[in-house]
Design a protein around this ligand. Structure first.
Ligand code: SF4
Ligand code: SF4
Length: 448
């Protein structure tokens, strides 16, 4: 790998990448990628003086593309950054996660709900759910809103899910809002009636499943240790268009290539997403995972060369990262936790997102008391306050990572997990190569 992170005085931090006998510059602040000629490269590494009149064109190119720091560039970037931040100050959620159930019929080994035995087991009441929806609707001026049913296993409280969908149909008319719905479920409780309900209300379903039967059933099983794989498949046969399969990457299942390909090519699901369970992965696990990830990316690159864009699109987490090179400008946050997202637990407490539920220090308020704590959570979650990310290659792609993961790794939401960072930085380098190799047409078809 011929790459170099350059943090020369007077220049915005950037990454210089040699690929196929060409030199590219990746600006880690603006997310811009540029092909450089020899003279531009020499100027970049200080072998040519850009203030010399004969190098005026190079200086202009550097200034126009925010490669050098000038007063004009500083002002423009500050303004853009402030604009991004001010659009995310405090809670203005367009997505509400309702923890309708704090209980589960599975006992997954890696579950953060103590293997399905939740410490504060129970179900959300209709009264609390209604208050949560009212609070959610009143705290934003936005018209398009999403409600995500989450748990535990949300289908253990299916009656509440139905009642809330009905209720929001009335609210949509009264308050002039448009609701969409989603649900994260283990799928094992889906019945023909629930299937119809999902289809009728166009509920996007995320089903947790980790890959092949062997892989899945090591970690995902019932109290009697029977694996859930067969039931998941049987219950989702008619729902493949509504489902994203979400795989949790945790030991001993590090063969990401085999498992994701199984989900898409053998089981014929239309979309899969995946995420590393950082708290369960050791440094050596990450090393193994990195090797498998590289094989998976080689496979995707080959598929792109063969024009299989529709097939590659099914691997959502891969496409989603590439989209960040394509669309995103300046990044001010990793995610919308506590700004455009909120979660409400069975007791009405408000949290920044579903993963923080139960973390007392992160409680934002209470829908019953209709009040908010002044936690300044959103300020701490700003990328500008992440010291480690300042000059990181992955800055514009990961934005400081999952702040919940940071919190559990290091007790601070702006202190990322080092082993996860090392993995991410290495994969971003490879993703950059894939992105550079793609034609404009491929980018448009895959990433628009
Ligand atoms: S990889 Fe780590 S250091 Fe880099 S931007 Fe992400 S969280 Fe920050
Ligand atoms: S904190 Fe983590 S789990 Fe919560 S929304 Fe952000 S990325 Fe997702």
């Amino acid at each position: 790998m011929n790459s170099l992170l350059n943090n020369r005085k007077g220049f915005y931090p950037h990454y210089i990448k040699e690929l196929d006998n060409e030199i590219y510059l990746y600006n880690i602040i603006t997310n811009g990628i540029f092909l450089l000629n020899q003279q531009e490269y020499k100027a970049l590494v200080g072998n040519i003086d850009i203030n010399n009149e004969q190098n005026k064109e190079i200086k202009n190119f550097f200034e126009e593309n925010f490669i050098i720091i000038t007063d004009k560039n500083k002002k423009i970037l500050d303004k853009l950054y402030q604009k991004t931040i001010s659009s995310k100050k405090g809670l203005n959620a367009t997505s509400l996660t309702l923890m309708v159930s704090q209980a589960c019929n599975l006992r997954c080994k890696y579950c953060y709900g103590d293997g399905g035995e939740y410490s504060h087991k129970g179900f959300m009441s209709y009264e609390i759910a209604k208050r949560a929806v009212e609070f959610f609707v009143d705290q934003t001026q936005e018209k398009k809103l999403n409600i995500c049913f989450f748990g535990g296993e949300p289908l253990l409280n299916y009656d509440l899910v139905k009642r809330i969908v009905d209720y929001t149909k009335d609210i949509a008319i009264i308050k002039e809002k448009e609701f969409t719905y989603s649900m994260t479920t283990n799928a094992t409780l889906i019945t023909p009636e629930i299937e119809q309900f999902i289809q009728k209300n166009k509920i996007s379903i995320t089903v947790s499943m980790d890959g092949t039967k062997e892989t899945n059933d090591i970690n995902r099983y019932y109290a009697n240790k029977k694996g859930a794989y067969d039931d998941i498949n049987a219950k989702t046969v008619n729902l493949k268009n509504f489902i994203t399969i979400r795989a949790t990457i945790a030991p001993p299942n590090l063969n990401i290539e085999e498992n994701l390909v199984h989900i898409i090519e053998e089981l014929q699901y239309k979309r899969t997403a995946w995420a590393e369970a950082d708290n369960l992965l050791s440094e050596s696990d990450y090393e193994v995972l990195f090797e498998h990830t590289m094989k998976l990316y080689d496979r995707f690159e080959q598929m792109l060369k063969e024009g299989k864009i529709t097939e590659v699109k099914k691997y959502y987490s891969f496409v989603n990262v590439l989209r960040k090179f394509y669309h995103d400008g300046i990044r001010s946050k990793g995610c919308g936790s506590g700004t455009n997202m909120m979660a409400v637990d069975i007791d009405g407490k408000i949290y920044p997102c579903h993963r923080f539920v139960g973390v007392e220090a992160s409680i934002l308020g209470d829908v019953c008391a209709k009040e908010m704590n002044d936690t300044k959570f959103y300020l701490q979650a700003e990328l500008a306050n992440f010291e480690k990310c300042k000059y990181c290659l992955a800055r514009s792609i990961c934005g400081g990572g999952c702040v919940n993961e940071n919190f559990f790794a290091n007790n601070f939401i702006n202190e990322p997990s080092k082993k996860h960072c090392d993995y991410r930085i290495n994969i971003v380098d490879r993703l950059l190569e894939i992105f550079i190799h793609m034609s404009d047409k491929e980018k448009q078809l895959l990433l628009d």
